[in-house]
Design a protein around this ligand. Structure first.
Ligand SMILES: [Zn+2]
Length: 502
């Protein structure tokens, strides 16, 4: 029972950085008691008591080595068990999955809690304690619900979690149960190895993400915000280890997302028999309005993460030179015309408005009194939705058409520079890769937390092939066993990098 000189000194002088690096065997309990004692008796008295305190601290063992092969096997078994719990949303039914994950944490002595925000729905959180609260916690977020899968279209039953050719097949293996398992296994590995981080790590798996997250992340933010009240950072889906067509890899981290502005347009008119039609009906008015919306192109605007993304891509690909300064390049009409012919590029530089749902009469010979369409609008960060709607009214140019907002929330971005971004950069450097900031055209649950002031990043340290990526919301979703293991290892490294930073 002795303590390294350095550890003793720095514990007493309360230098958090050294405390974090120190190895304290008896754990947070004794450290807390010691810290309280010092606060009460003051530094001079504390020094006088130094020798007696020695007896309270025992030298921690070196962190035990992590057997990544065994950890990978365990991750595979857990993911199989998780995929076999059918959490197709709707209806979601995440409660059993939440309970299963909770038990997994409890078995290793990590406290975990399950909530049931609505009958059968589930949320689970677990907290791996660090040395104290002087550094803000990191949330590892994932969602337990999955999109539907039609077994007739799949090569294997989608909830069987079969292993075939070195891959685990099943709905959710990449979106988003696999990432949840990576986060969970990394926390277990840190705990088992006796690695003491200087910040808490909070695991949070929610439901309902695929339907907007109101009974998942949204519920958590509204009802149990204390669970992550001390957190500053959050990692979520939305990015990963990606590659360019030339094979160059990069760590794509999403800092920002477009925000949905989902609208319903309702046209009204006189109902009647279609054998004697008036000039204008609800349906013809709606069609004319939609025609104008479809022809409309919102102005081009390059937000900072998008500018930075294309600049990084130009470096990885060795061109084109226009990508080095996209905002300037897009002022050239010829270049802009070409650029926006790629739908993904178009979506990154302007708001889009896409009619999707259409409803009118149920019968061919009946003119309905009303007809409606839904428009999936996606706005760039910084747009004011009220102004966007006012502009759309002008585009539609028919005041009789009613516009209702179905879904909208503010678009927030997270900073390019932060402790977590630095840690991801350090992780990338261990593999000689670079970090590329991104804005994604879709949206995830990250916005709930960005609105609460957390710095949220879309990044899971896993590499997926294009074929594997096509399985997300598609057919034959699968993840490579080898990549799953590599991702757990990277997540452990990332937590260690993040857990010695302040
Ligand atoms: Zn997802």
């Amino acid at each position: 029972m002795s303590v390294r000189e350095g550890l003793d000194f720095h514990l007493l002088s309360m230098k958090p950085k050294f405390i974090a690096n120190a190895r304290v065997a008896a754990g947070a309990g004794i450290f807390a008691a010691l810290a309280i004692g010092i606060a009460v008796i003051g530094p001079m008295a504390a020094e006088a008591r130094q020798h007696r305190d020695h007896a309270l601290i025992e030298e921690a063992p070196e962190p035990r080595p992590i057997n990544y092969d065994k950890l990978t096997q365990e991750a595979v078994a857990l993911l199989q068990q998780y995929v076999r719990i059918n959490t197709t949303n709707p209806p979601g039914d995440e409660l059993d999955a939440a309970k299963m994950l909770k038990e997994k944490f409890l078995a290793d002595g990590i406290p975990a809690t399950v909530w049931e925000p609505a009958p059968g729905r589930g949320i689970v959180a677990a907290r791996l304690r660090g040395t104290g609260r002087h550094t803000r916690a990191l949330v590892l977020l994932s969602h337990m619900d999955v999109v539907p899968a039609n077994p007739k279209e799949w090569q294997v039953p989608p909830f069987s979690a079969q292993i075939r050719d070195g891959e685990i097949w099943g709905r959710g293996t990449l979106d988003d149960k696999g990432p949840g398992v990576i986060e969970l296994m990394a926390m277990l590995a840190i705990k088992r190895a006796g690695i003491l981080l200087n910040r808490d790590v909070i695991f949070l798996a929610t439901g309902d993400e695929e339907e907007g997250g109101k009974i998942g992340a949204g519920w958590m933010v509204d009802h149990e915000a204390d669970v992550f009240g001390d957190a500053q950072y959050l990692l979520n889906e939305g990015g990963g280890i990606l590659s360019r067509p030339n094979g160059r890899k990069y760590y794509g981290v999403s800092l920002s997302e477009k925000t949905p502005l989902w609208l319903r347009l309702t046209a009204t008119g006189e109902a009647g028999h279609a054998a004697v039609p008036p000039d204008n009906t609800a349906v013809t008015r709606l069609i004319a309005a939609l025609d104008r919306v479809a022809a409309y192109r919102a102005p081009i605007r390059v937000v900072i993460p998008v500018r930075d993304y294309f600049r990084a891509i130009a470096q990885l690909d060795g061109g084109p030179p226009e990508f080095t300064n996209l905002a300037t390049a897009l002022r050239d009409d010829d270049f802009a015309r070409k650029f926006v012919t790629v739908p993904r590029q178009n979506a990154l530089v302007r708001d889009t408005f896409t009619p999707t749902v259409l409803a009118g009469s149920q019968k061919t010979n009946i003119i309905p009194a009303s007809a409606y369409a839904e428009i999936d609008g996606r706005l760039l960060p910084g747009d004011n939705p009220q102004k966007v709607i006012a502009n759309l009214r002008k585009v539609i140019a028919d005041d009789s058409i009613k516009i209702d907002v179905l879904l909208n929330f503010p678009a927030e971005s997270s900073p390019r520079k932060s402790d977590l971004m630095t840690a991801i950069g350090d992780l990338a450097a261990t593999e000689n890769e670079v970090v590329v900031p991104m804005m994604i055209a879709g949206f995830t649950d990250s916005h709930y937390f960005r609105e609460k002031g957390l710095d949220a990043y879309g990044f899971i340290p896993i590499e997926a092939t294009p074929a594997e990526e096509r399985g997300v919301h598609g057919l034959n979703e699968r993840v490579s066993v080898k990549q799953l293991g590599a991702a757990v290892r990277r997540m452990v490294t990332l937590l260690r990098l993040m857990g010695t930073r302040q």
